[in-house]
Design a protein around this ligand. Structure first.
Ligand code: SF4
Ligand code: SF4
Length: 390
């Protein structure tokens, strides 16, 4: 941190009076912070983490592996931001944790497992955190007969392109059915995983590369499948100085827009009971709550049921903020609690709109034998007859 930035953090952090609201929701009489619920030690709540960060800035505490591990044991779900009553800084809480992680990286205390995200992303044969050979998406463009230039770019994102291909293909089929003029680019990681874990050194280069690819494709609009990509393109890139004039949509926003404008019609029924999990990086981080619900309610035949904790209070899936790679068993444990809650609704379908949530919820569904169909909403739409209107 620069001296100036340090002073800003000092000015903010001392205002936390460690009241503890950030870890408990009285409406549900339960802990809302997955980290505190797991470790049950004040240090693992946001109030405790801020106290640690303040100690580091003041020089009262020195960096250590243990201290860094406390900072990294948080899926950056943002539930603390909703519950902290101090509105002069509650919106900055996750930013402060991420800034402290960036400082941990600088001092050489990034945990080993999270370091792999950066190494793979920077590898010129990969450019993704999964360590897969980079796909330039040319084969997909040929397979689906997509042009080189178009009004829209579908920015697939690493999780959909390398781990949730069904979600990617369902999205492409939907865009084709809806007559959207779109193409794909040779995308590199949006940098969400490395930003969330404080490994920010290559972000600007990756961001500039991706922006140039989108501009070269002649696009004025970009669609993302992933809540993490959505937040990164729409919010984080701007913080890193991006200048672009294309619009960024999550796929579900485009679906809703097409339904509103009566450009598509859902012609078949889906006679199932569905509940919906709010991805943290779409909900709490970006305020998108109604749109996915509006789409679900417009699918003929659906019985939509809410989980007890929903929207701003939704329990995290547990995968974000580097927790899936750093603490894989705990990540699935957090999703397990979400599945228990989903079970109480009587739903057979657990839906979401994020490939990363889908991955972690599916892992827990398998581990705990919960018997759900875990699906992205675009995969449900893919099963239905969609008619594009003239
Ligand atoms: S972060 Fe907010 S809610 Fe948490 S202890 Fe500090 S002031 Fe209280
Ligand atoms: S972001 Fe989530 S897990 Fe992290 S401290 Fe806040 S509530 Fe707890």
């Amino acid at each position: 941190m620069s001296n100036e930035a340090e002073q800003d953090w000092k000015d903010i952090i001392h205002r936390c009076f460690r009241c503890g609201y950030c870890k408990f929701t009285y409406d549900y009489n339960d802990f809302n912070c997955p980290s505190y619920k797991k470790y049950r030690f004040e240090t693992y709540s946001t109030g405790g983490r801020l106290w640690l960060i303040y100690g580091i800035i003041n020089g009262d505490l020195q960096w250590s592996e243990n201290l860094a591990n406390v900072l990294y044991a948080c899926p950056t779900c943002g539930n603390c931001m909703e519950n902290c009553r101090f509105d002069k800084f509650n919106f900055l809480l996750v930013d402060m944790i991420e800034a402290a992680r960036a400082e941990a990286v600088k001092k050489g205390f990034c945990p080993e497992k999270q370091k792999a995200l950066l190494a793979r992303t920077k590898n010129p044969d990969m450019y993704n955190p999964y360590g897969e050979p980079n796909s330039d998406n040319e084969d997909l463009k040929k397979e689906y007969n997509l042009p080189d230039k178009a009004e829209w770019v579908y920015y697939i994102g690493c999780t959909s392109n390398y781990r949730q291909k069904n979600l990617r293909d369902a999205t492409i089929r939907f865009l084709k059915k809806a007559n959207i003029d779109f193409t794909l680019i040779d995308e590199h990681c949006c940098c969400s995983p490395i930003m969330r874990t404080g490994q920010i050194s290559p972000v600007q280069d990756f961001m500039n590369y991706n922006i140039a690819q989108i501009i070269n494709a002649g696009a004025s609009k970009v669609i993302t499948s992933c809540a993490g990509c959505y937040r990164t393109l729409k919010k984080d890139w701007l913080k890193f100085g991006a200048e672009y004039d294309f619009e960024v949509y999550h796929t579900i926003e485009l679906v809703n827009k097409l339904l509103d404008e009566e450009k598509i019609k859902i012609k078949s029924e889906y006679n199932k009971t569905i509940t919906y999990h709010d991805p943290c990086h779409l909900g709490r981080h970006m305020g998108v709550y109604d749109i996915p619900r509006d789409v679900i309610k417009r699918i003929p035949g659906v019985n939509f049921v809410e989980m007890e904790r929903n929207r701003e209070n939704a329990w995290c899936c547990g995968a974000g903020g580097g927790v899936k790679i750093g603490y894989p068993e705990w990540a699935v444990e957090i999703s397990g609690e979400r599945l228990e809650e989903a079970k109480e609704t009587g739903a057979t379908i657990l839906s979401s709109v994020c490939p990363f949530c889908r991955t972690n919820l599916s892992d827990a569904n398998d581990k705990y034998n919960m018997g759900f169909e875990v699906l992205d909403l675009i995969e449900i739409l893919d099963q239905l007859e969609i008619e594009a209107m003239e």
